[in-house]
Design a protein around this ligand. Structure first.
Ligand SMILES: C[S@@+](CC[C@H](N)C(=O)[O-])C[C@H]1O[C@@H](n2cnc3c(N)ncnc32)[C@H](O)[C@@H]1O
Length: 438
């Protein structure tokens, strides 16, 4: 193995240490790693892919490794991570067996674990021989899903749909794009298909900034489900709209492009700064406020508020497999308290008769359906303005039948990665539309 390849694998080991033991989100760990900028772009992309693959397939990999060890528990962290990295290459990334085995042994030496070379070599050789059969006998979706998520989803969505969700998590999400103009006009240039909601979809991978139209600000990256909440406010041209918890600004851009007078509020100055740079690239103009939205107040009530509340983000596991390993039931409990306070503030900001759209990118009912039912029992000045499938459609020829499964009987929207499997899935979101009545 050349020194650069070894350097890339060592970065992967550092990243696994950060994510799995220090509980740092993978994107932050990637941003913070000092060795990463020194690698070739191709090696950087490989580092991300390999780390994400280990985390995405952690349950499967650990089960295989454990079955090949002559002991009942997993080895110490340093050895285990080396085995995980080589196993991910062997089992999921198509690395030739000899290269994956050599990598493991060389990494052990590089990390001062030369004494473990024999064990690593023996396990990886068996893995190369028996791995495919062991994998074929596994329940991949279940093994890669922590118990608390599996149980919560099964209770809320039923076993069949939970299976569809966990199977969708095995594959990285496609790249979704919202265009300012006509999606059909951009589909060909971006080698993308147009979804029934007007979002453009192309395979994941490659450099987004090098695609046509990026520098001109013709479009931005936004999951198809994430593009729906702003649409639920209807025609916003000329209306005053507050986008609460707005950064990095995907929904702000939709509202501004549709002609709303938008104030984007976020408590994170660096994230709001990123929002401003995004708006500049897109040629859109919005007001911004760095503030805690549980305390901030507009000068006067506005026509509409969009609240994309902070949440456990369990709807984004396809894109961020680390979420499944980092988030806990306690996070869901804590965040649902924050969401409750934000939702009350959002309703207070809107004029009587005005609309509030509440959404979270979580699959947990505590952050969606249950949050809404608690709101409706504590506040009498707000009612649900039911959503119908055509509200989600883009253009007259949209396939409304494809949209119907996303709308619940109570007139809310619930998307999951198990929806539209044949089109490449959706991020998990809950969204509801409320009207202030008094
Ligand atoms: C789900 S992200 C928002 C994504 C964004 N709406 C978009 O479409 O690009 C949640 C955001 O909420 C912000 N946030 C969290 N707590 C907040 C609070 N109390 N007040 C204001 N912003 C908050 C975070 O900084 C983060 O940028």
């Amino acid at each position: 193995m050349n020194t650069e390849t070894l350097a890339a694998r060592r970065v992967v080991l550092d990243l696994l240490e950060s994510v799995l033991r220090r509980r740092v989100p993978l994107d932050d760990a990637l941003d913070q790693h000092r060795g990463l900028p020194g690698l070739e772009p191709r090696d950087r992309a490989f580092v991300r892919l390999l780390t994400a693959t280990v985390i995405r397939r952690l349950g499967q990999i650990d089960a295989v490794v454990l079955s090949l060890l002559a002991r009942p528990d997993l080895p110490k962290a340093g050895v285990l991570d080396i085995l995980r990295v080589s196993a991910a290459q062997l089992l999921f990334l198509g690395t030739p067996a000899h290269a994956a085995v050599d990598t493991g042994v060389e990494l052990a030496v590089a990390k001062g674990l030369a004494g473990m070379k024999g064990l690593i070599n023996a396990v990886l050789r068996r893995l190369a021989r028996e791995g495919a059969d062991l994998l074929a006998a596994q329940d991949a979706g279940r093994l890669n899903t922590p118990d608390w998520l599996w149980l919560a989803w099964r209770q809320h969505y039923g076993t069949g749909h939970t299976r569809a969700i966990v199977d969708a998590h095995l594959v990285e999400a496609p790249l979704d794009i919202t265009v300012k103009g006509d999606p059909h006009a951009w589909a060909e240039r971006l080698e993308a298909t147009v979804l029934p909601t007007g979002t453009l979809r192309r395979a994941a991978g490659g450099s987004v900034t090098e695609l046509p139209g990026f520098n001109e600000g013709a479009w931005w990256v936004q999951d198809a489900a994430a593009a729906l909440p702003a649409r639920l406010l209807g025609d916003v041209a000329g209306l005053t709209v507050i986008d609460l918890c707005a950064a990095p600004g995907g929904k702000t851009a939709q509202l501004a492009a549709a002609g709303a007078k938008v104030t984007a509020v976020d408590r994170s100055a660096p994230r709001l700064d990123r929002l401003s740079r995004n708006m500049e690239r897109l040629g859109l103009s919005v007001a911004t406020a760095v503030a805690d939205a549980t305390k901030w107040q507009p000068d006067e009530p506005v026509d509409a508020v969009l609240l994309d509340a902070p949440c456990s983000a369990t709807g984004t596991i396809r894109r961020h497999p680390d979420v499944a390993r980092l988030k806990t039931p306690e996070d869901v409990g804590r965040l649902s308290g924050v969401q409750r306070r934000l939702l009350d503030r959002a309703i207070d900001m809107v004029k009587p008769g005005g609309l509030v759209v509440y959404c979270t990118c979580s699959l947990q009912p505590e952050e969606g359906e249950e949050q809404l039912s608690k709101l409706l029992s504590r506040r009498l000045d707000v009612m649900v303005e039911p959503i119908i499938p055509v509200d989600l459609a883009y253009g007259a020829e949209a396939d409304v039948e494809a949209l119907a499964p996303l709308v619940t009987d109570s007139g809310d929207v619930r998307t999951t990665p198990g929806h539209w499997a044949e089109l490449g899935g959706l991020d998990g979101f809950f969204m509801t539309r409320l009207r202030r009545t008094a």
